[in-house]
Design a binder for this molecule. Structure first.
Ligand code: NAD
Ligand code: LMR
Length: 340
């Protein structure tokens, strides 16, 4: 094990707020925030948030983090009050919410639309607190479903133009890379520019048209075009359900890894020719109406600014798929109008 001196790792400090910290994703996510690989040479202060009924469990997690020997771990604070946790947060990972696959108030939650009303309300107060108390250039990653519309609710309540709100589609992008790599029989790292357009839902469009294998189109490596439409796209769209059916619970370790990958993508300049996937507020790019949190191809500039990559082209079929997903986002927005 290499020895890190104080001078080396005390250079920077960052405050990370995680909701739903006692949940499945939280258990896999939180140790990776402090392992020194994500925030290099940085002390990470954790603010862990749970609902009052569960918050005591976080004492156990805090014990385990202390016991794990993480030189980059700063403070651990535990809250059942999000507003109190939100002060000076640099990163907000909003995981806390109800997943599909569980019974809630006597009803099995099957579809993301079932979650709209249950979870949406959480994000009004959290958004207000982040807008008022979060750091000036705070970044917010909404993981809790329905992630795009929850992020819209939170961003609207935050009303702070200096902060960046995103909903997670990195898991879909990672899933898509894995499926392409298996088909080509290559390593996942050889697939790049994997864009997820639209909603984190079964209408999303995993864009094989722009995806690259070793810097050439994946369509050159996979000549079977029917496979893209009949297998690849539906498999990516339905992978969340497939995991729930197999595991009896919503994906957790892969979701945690995707959250880590999203933070990494935002904290480091994007390699030329590549992009990363997350849903972000539309400014009209690709004819997506303003006022929706939509999956786009993104890049992080060396200044740290996150921008939509604007020069990708889509076939008519791709555009149609995107517009179906956008319509779903419009419908979701209408359904939560009272929260906006
Ligand atoms: P989980 O039930 O294991 O954990 C969720 C935790 O959130 C629970 O401990 C619960 O007490 C807590 N919580 C609920 N309301 C809260 C609030 N207002 N403040 C703070 N904490 C609160 O669920 P999980 O498997 O960790 O999944 C969490 C969410 O992530 C679900 O909505 C799931 O659908 C979603 N998810 C999203 C993606 C994605 O790609 N965007 C992937 C996987 C899961
Ligand atoms: C996923 O994609 O795995 C999550 O959004 C969970 C779900 O409900 O599908």
């Amino acid at each position: 094990m290499s020895h890190i001196t104080n001078e080396e790792f005390m250079k920077k400090e960052i405050n990370v707020v995680v909701t739903g910290a006692a949940g499945q994703i939280g258990y896999s996510l939180i140790p990776r925030l402090i392992d020194g690989n994500l925030f290099k040479d940085t002390i990470v202060n954790l603010s862990l948030v749970e609902i009052p009924q569960v918050v005591e469990k976080l004492e156990g997690l805090a014990m385990e983090l202390d016991d794990s020997y993480f030189p980059h771990l700063g403070s651990i604070d535990i809250y059942d009050d999000f507003s109190a946790a939100s002060h000076n947060g640099n990163w907000f990972l909003l995981v806390g919410s109800i997943p599909r696959g569980i019974v809630y108030k006597g009803k099995k939650i099957e579809e993301r639309s079932d979650l709209l009303k249950i979870n949406g309300g959480i994000f009004v107060d959290q958004g207000k607190a982040i807008g008022s108390n979060g750091a000036n250039e705070a970044k917010v990653l909404v993981v809790g479903n329905p992630a795009n519309t929850n992020a819209l609710i939170g961003m609207n309540a935050a009303n702070n133009k200096d902060q960046t709100w995103m909903a997670m589609t990195m898991l879909d992008s990672n899933r898509a890379k894995s499926m392409l790599a298996k088909k080509i029989n290559c390593n996942v790292s050889e697939i790049s520019k994997m864009v997820i357009w639209g909603n984190h839902s079964p209408t999303m469009y995993p864009d094989f048209e722009n995806a690259l294998y070793k810097n050439s189109s994946v369509k050159e490596a996979i000549s079977d075009l029917d496979w893209f439409s009949n297998s690849f796209i539906p498999s990516v769209q339905q992978r969340g359900k497939a995991v729930i059916d197999a595991r009896g619970a919503s994906s957790a370790t892969s979701a945690a890894k995707a959250a880590i990958d999203t933070i990494h993508a935002c904290e480091n300049p994007t390699l030329s020719g590549d992009c990363f996937s997350a849903a972000i507020m539309s400014d009209g790019a690709y004819d997506v109406p303003e006022g929706l949190i939509c999956g786009f191809p993104l890049m992080t500039l060396s200044s740290g600014k996150i921008e939509i990559i604007r020069d990708l082209s889509l076939s008519d079929g791709g555009k149609q798929r995107l517009s179906q997903s956008v319509q779903e986002l419009i419908d979701e927005k209408s359904a939560v109008q009272d929260l906006l």
